[in-house]
Design a protein. Sequence first.
Length: 226
Amino acid sequence: MEIVSIFTILLFLLTSAGTVWFFYRAANNSLVVLGVLLGWAILQSAISLFGFYQNWDAIPPRFIFLVVPWLILIIILFTVNKGQAFIDRLQIEWLTMLHVVRIPVEITLYLIFLAKLIPESMTFEGRNWDILSGISAPIIYYFVFRIRKINKSVLLIWNFVCLGLLVNVVTIALLAAKTPFQQIDFEQPNIGVAYFPFVLLPCLVVPLVFFSHLAAIRQLLKKLND
């Protein structure tokens, strides 16, 4: 891995911890949720430190072990009764504020781009505008939940828009990943997320951000349809 600053590493570790903390609060301070998230983060961190994700020629690409378990879990939560009950108990205020972590995430991405670990297209100087989600999150939170000047329909639209911004950068990251299926950014592929601590981005931070949007959208649609 190219040399990155201690500041960049600490910034991202704090960002990852902050993401877990926000979701822990959204999950009504559930120690079970906290334990699962921390256990998963430690497991994936250990695997990445042994270089497992740095085998770029593996088929299937090894990054699927970072994201597929989350996709399976999300599908289960949205399809079984206990999972749906868990989603409906989440506190939407904290789910909304969680997205503020996307500001330091974007700063981290820019810093590791400078270290030649990801392509420019994955940063706010390229085709990634996800920082807008992070900037707008506390504003939306304030107007919806504090002074109640914006209704839940606007919050629903905001979640859909920010979800689209997230899907955009995730698509870029996947297409730029240094795998046999890479499609873009061959001059500087996406390799940074294979190393600790940045492996926590695809295996922890992004899934929690993604799930928070889906959970909020489910709750809002139910309320609007009641």
